[in-house]
Design a protein around this ligand. Structure first.
Ligand code: DQA
Length: 161
């Protein structure tokens, strides 16, 4: 079964409590549940990881490189703007990944407009709230050739045909 890894960077364990004006009210546990429900409909295996530590995120990317993970969805949070090491880990792995940011990083402080990973990503989603992770999951599975037509926008459910 197609295996996809979600990686959340620092402070995202505080989702729902942390700066709700930027990140909304959904908790990481609620987001995980929503993503698992979508994964079930997509018929894929989804693994979730959150860490506040740069080295642990790098270890997780290495582990995905060594197992049969087909794709990554990563929100490196503040490390997006600082971490050459996370960039290098992603560059060294040939796993396609989507970069997600909950907030619109381009409409905030100028330092958030630079990402060390965007040019390596097969796609980026910013400013769509936590819905961005669901969009990323649909987009990544599509890119991986794992299309489930009835889950795409504008497509009727099979039983409605
Ligand atoms: C973030 C944006 C980053 O600039 C910030 O440091 C975060 C979260 C987002 O999801 O909008 O922690 O990646």
């Amino acid at each position: 079964m197609l295996k996809i890894q979600i990686i959340h960077g620092p402070n995202l364990n505080r989702l729902g409590q942390r700066e709700p004006e930027n990140y909304g009210h959904t908790t990481l546990a609620d987001l995980t549940k929503r993503l698992d429900q979508l994964a079930e409909r997509l018929d894929i295996t989804l693994n979730h990881y959150q860490s506040n530590h740069e080295g642990q995120i790098i270890d997780c990317i290495h582990q995905c490189t060594d197992d049969d993970t087909a794709g990554l969805i990563i929100n490196p949070a503040a490390f997006t703007h600082t971490s050459v090491a996370i960039r290098d880990a992603l560059a060294a792995s040939d796993i396609p990944f989507i970069e997600v940011h909950i907030s619109n990083v381009y409409a905030r402080e100028p330092f958030r407009a630079h990402s060390y990973i965007s040019d390596l990503a097969s796609g980026s989603i910013v400013g769509m709230g936590v819905f961005g992770y669901e969009l990323a999951l649909l987009g990544l599975t599509e890119q991986l050739g794992h299309r489930r037509e009835h889950l795409l926008l504008g497509h009727a459910k099979p039983e409605e045909h």
